[in-house]
Design a protein around this ligand. Sequence first.
Ligand code: FAD
Length: 493
Amino acid sequence: MAGKILERRNFIKFFIYGIPVLSIDWGSFPVGSKRHRAENEFDAVIIGSGLGGLSCAAAFCRQGFKTLVLEKHYIPGGYATTFKRPGGFVFDVSLHSTTAGERNGIHNLIPGFPEIKDVKFIPHKNLYRTVYPDYDIRVPQRDISSYINILIKYFPDEEQGIKNLFNDMRGIASDIRKFSTAQGKINMNRFPLDFPYLFNSFNKTWGQLMDARIKNVKLKAIVSALWGYYGLPPSRLASIYYAMPTIGYLEEGGYYPRGRSQKISNAFVNFIEKHSGKVLLRTKVEKILIKNHSAYGVKTANGKVFTGKVVISNANAYDTFHTLIEKDNYIKDYLEKMSKFSVSLSSFQVFLGLKKNLIDEVGFTDTEIFYNTGYDIEAEYKSAYNADVEVCPYGLMIYDNIYKGYSPEGKNTINIMTLQGYEHWKQYEADYFSGKKGAYRKEKERMADILIDRVEKKFLKGLSKSIEIKEIGTPLTNIRYTGNYRGAIYGWD
Ligand SMILES: Cc1cc2nc3c(=O)[nH]c(=O)nc-3n(C[C@H](O)[C@H](O)[C@H](O)COP(=O)(O)OP(=O)(O)OC[C@H]3O[C@@H](n4cnc5c(N)ncnc54)[C@H](O)[C@@H]3O)c2cc1C
């Protein structure tokens, strides 16, 4: 099909078809016609310059389509961004660890798409360290066998169950790869035979998958250590959704982009602009324009209209369907279905710039640490949901242990993060957005101080006295900068 100009219907179908494809043969995708269009006419109009919007735009540009990204903020990247503070500190807003990136000289920011070469990815020394009341485990980078051996050493009675569980996870990942590369050519009658792991797990939660293989509650908590990356406890987390990326991390490793996550966003923007695409910042989309149930363009807050053969929203789904699209009868059923979904947890973050190199002083060598007060993830989820910072689990990120020179000479940059529900912040919402932030500030300071104290007692003696800069990001901060409904960080639950 390469080279042919497709009808609009097929064009959309083809792109939707490509969504789950993990190993992409870009040569099989349609290419743009290079037909001259008026200044405000595009093949693809994309609302939002988060990593979703930017990677989507980069893919359209790569295929030669005339592409426009519209972003309301003054910098691109959505959550994948940075901010500066006095003293030379540059804080990363989100990414701590990713499986995307460059491996063995092959650049792979988007699978099968090696053109973007300007981000260097640094491996974490250990994939992560996870701490429980009676276990302290460093999960080795790209060495899943050693990790399995560590688990067997701690839980010898569960040896077979552990092996079976990891076998299930590998099987799920491999079935999904097979399913994706089949590009729709699947004989559904043979599905249970051709995709046995997928068939066995598609309607199971991660909790159920574990229950079938292992018994020990502590072991279950340890193998679920990455639940925070997906934001739901095992009883509500789809087994496939946990198994697939977790095996990805364990096998491929976790990496951090040199220059912080803004570097990834900027690399996408450079690529888009080099391929005649446009990224317009400070441009909020107010309406998606629709005719005969099809989107044909957008209207911005400053009254401009841009049209496109396709319109893609990287803005959160709630706003897309509740405010950007005119409510009409034909989406009634869809809205009703959506009203049963809930959004993911939000985040509460403490960004700290330290005036001295406390990390070396204390002799701390880890990069990403998860601290858990117990083994009951359902209770941990609840404490995060309820913003109970005295007991909720937290993540600690020590950037200077990823690469030297992250912070100004002789200083450190660290981040304490907890997942957090939005409910607690609702009482501050109206005041926050009308600029009356007194009570809000007091509350976020209170929570930050508790977390700093917990980290100081457990890991970094002398932390509170070493702070030069403290910045706090709450669920309301997330809404302010990204517009994400209830400050969600992972979309829908
Ligand atoms: C604290 C934190 C830690 C994380 N850690 C990791 C990690 O270690 N590894 C990992 O892989 N992922 C991590 N994530 C998740 C990852 O950052 C996000 O999944 C990803 O960045 C989301 O990208 P997105 O494009 O879906 O949305 P967003 O980043 O939310 O982007 C949406 C964009 O749309 C724009 N927008 C919204 N409405 C409009 C409008 N009407 N008009 C114009 N523009 C609009 C917004 O301004 C924003 O720029 C983390 C997230 C957070 C918050």
